[in-house]
Design a protein around this ligand. Structure first.
Ligand SMILES: Nc1ncnc2c1ncn2[C@@H]1O[C@H](COP(=O)(O)OP(=O)(O)OP(=O)(O)O)[C@@H](O)[C@H]1O
Length: 235
């Protein structure tokens, strides 16, 4: 579905992505993990077309994404920090996004708006929201247009335990529909019962892409967080 081939991205002298190749397919829920500064967000931004690689290429359903922006409407993106017009209310932000995407024929998925009860605070201005509520708006927007692919950057950061479980239930449901889900998170305990695959990055390089089961076998650990901690210790 999304294939990156030999992607390299430099920022000045720093090589943020060093010849990275990954293959992500329908129905997978992938944890993109690695130490701070290892290139995870840069890779996500390349997949979204927000950062253009210096070399290598990325395809979405066999089509090179360069200069073909249509594929973006098939991806729901939840950024690490959602930035919105601060004087707008939640309702206005949701309406604005629906208006921008009105040519998108997909049926709206407003489940998370209801699950997080955003209707009751729809008249609150974005600048007045708590960090967790802002996360809920970002999550609701990522799922709103019923995309085939969800890219979620630290989705549970700032969410209370109940909201975390509700978001995980929603992710699980969409995965079961055959969607591709890519999650970067340092809160790996949140992902244990969710992910099927793990991509591990270090120093801009892809160190491995394997199934969660394989990773557990290789490390002798039964939890994702412990398995990754072990990988980080030995690298
Ligand atoms: N626009 C930019 N200009 C210069 N350097 C950048 C830019 N974006 C990222 N970098 C650098 O590229 C490297 C990889 O950054 P990236 O944000 O992809 O890491 P990450 O794995 O997502 O980190 P974290 O876990 O802390 O979120 C870092 O050294 C970062 O400082």
């Amino acid at each position: 579905m999304i294939i990156a081939t030999n992607v390299t991205k430099r920022f000045g002298k720093l090589t943020a992505l060093d010849n990275v190749s990954v293959n992500c397919n329908k129905g997978q829920c992938i944890s993109l993990t690695g130490p701070n500064g290892s290139g995870k967000t840069t890779l996500i931004k390349c997949l979204l077309g927000m950062v253009v690689p210096d070399s290598g290429f990325i395809t979405f359903n066999q089509q090179n994404i360069l200069h073909h922006w249509q594929y973006r409407s098939r991806i729901g993106y939840m950024p690490q920090i959602g930035r919105y017009p601060e004087n707008m209310t939640i309702a206005q932000v949701l309406d604005m996004m629906k208006d921008i995407r009105k040519n998108n024929k997909s049926v709206l998925d407003e489940e998370l708006i209801q699950t997080f009860d955003l209707q009751h605070i729809a008249n609150k201005k974005m600048r007045t929201l708590s960090g967790g509520t802002r996360q809920k708006v970002s999550a609701a927007l990522a799922f709103l247009f019923n995309p085939d692919v969800l890219i979620l950057d630290e989705p549970t950061a700032g969410l209370d335990p109940l909201s975390t479980e509700l978001l995980k239930d929603k992710i699980r449901k969409e995965k079961q529909k055959g969607k591709l889900i890519l999650i970067t998170s340092h809160i790996l305990s949140d992902l244990d019962d969710l992910v099927t695959e793990v991509i591990y990055m270090q120093d801009g390089q892809l160190r491995f892409h394997k199934s969660l089961e394989q990773l557990k076998q290789d490390t002798g650990q039964s939890q994702l967080s412990r398995a990754i901690a072990q990988v980080m210790k030995t690298n």
